[in-house]
Design a binder for this molecule. Structure first.
Ligand SMILES: Nc1nc2c(ncn2[C@@H]2O[C@H](COP(=O)(O)OP(=O)(O)OP(=O)(O)O)[C@@H](O)[C@H]2O)c(=O)[nH]1
Ligand SMILES: [Mg+2]
Length: 246
């Protein structure tokens, strides 16, 4: 049963924190016995990172299999949808392409609201400048989006785009491993929207992490609700004193 879909009013969730309410079932999946893998889900995925790193280009490559060498900077946020089939089920990725310039804007909270996962992009040709920006985006998301009774961070992966121009050195790879470990990214991938390198793999990677995450949160909430119902059942049992004397 997907409790994430019904927005359980957990008392421990602080009011300013966000719940993952956009992980919605489509109507034909009312069968609550299904696991998070084998039902239809709409997953809101954020594409964020510094300006000009190739966020829009990665989405275009994935959704339309196209690449343009001249692109206008995104203003605010753009949207794209992509149907995928992972883990024996079908999912609709709702991709939120947030302009790099939006970092620190007031609307950021609205963009982050109900996100299930994020892809944070930096630029292999400007790693010194764009990796610190990716870390700032990660910190921002971790401070604003929490899910489940234990207020867990949503899964985020780090993409190092434009690897067709600048292949990564061994020391870059070590730096990326350390960054993922220290800042709780699920992992990193070198991508190229231009050469179509690791683009589908990146979207599959975030989808798989999100599906595993939903399952973990579902299990946690189910366990927690089961515990509560056991307690209630026990309260319902008549104690010897409360039995009718006649
Ligand atoms: N060589 C190369 N160029 C790329 C790649 N991806 C994007 N670009 C180019 O980089 C520039 C910026 O790409 P965008 O996709 O607009 O970058 P963005 O991250 O969406 O930028 P903002 O919307 O400003 O945040 C464009 O000129 C793209 O053609 C890539 O993989 N390789
Ligand atoms: Mg863009």
């Amino acid at each position: 049963m997907c409790f994430l879909c019904v927005v359980v009013p957990y008392p421990s969730w602080k009011t300013e924190k966000r719940q993952m309410s956009s992980i919605r079932r489509t109507p034909k999946t009312e069968n609550t016995a299904k696991s998070s893998c084998d039902r239809d889900l709409i997953l809101k995925i954020l594409m964020i990172g510094g300006p000009g790193c190739g966020k829009t280009s990665l989405i275009r490559r994935y959704v339309h299999d196209a690449f343009h060498s001249t692109m206008r900077a995104t203003v605010g946020v753009d949207f794209a949808l992509k149907q995928v089939h992972r883990c024996g089920g079908s999912q609709t990725l709702q991709l939120w392409d947030v302009a790099g310039q939006e970092k620190g804007a007031n609307a950021i909270r609205v963009y982050f609201q109900a996100a299930a996962g994020a892809m944070i992009v930096c630029d292999a040709t400007r790693l010194d400048e764009t990796l610190p920006l990716a870390i700032l985006w990660k910190r921002d998301i971790d401070s604003k989006v929490f899910v489940g009774p234990k207020e867990e961070r949503i899964p985020c992966i780090l993409l190092v785009n434009k690897c067709d121009v600048e292949p990564l050195t061994q020391s870059h790879k070590e730096l990326l491993d350390t960054t993922c470990h220290e800042h709780h990214f699920c992992g990193w991938l070198a991508t190229s929207a231009k050469a179509n390198t690791n683009v589908a793999e990146a979207f599959e990677m975030i989808t798989d992490h999100v599906l595993a995450f939903i399952k973990r949160i579902d299990d946690l909430i189910t366990k927690s609700l089961n515990r509560k119902s056991v307690t209630l059942n026990e309260l319902d049992k008549p104690t010897p004193e409360s039995r009718c004397p006649c």
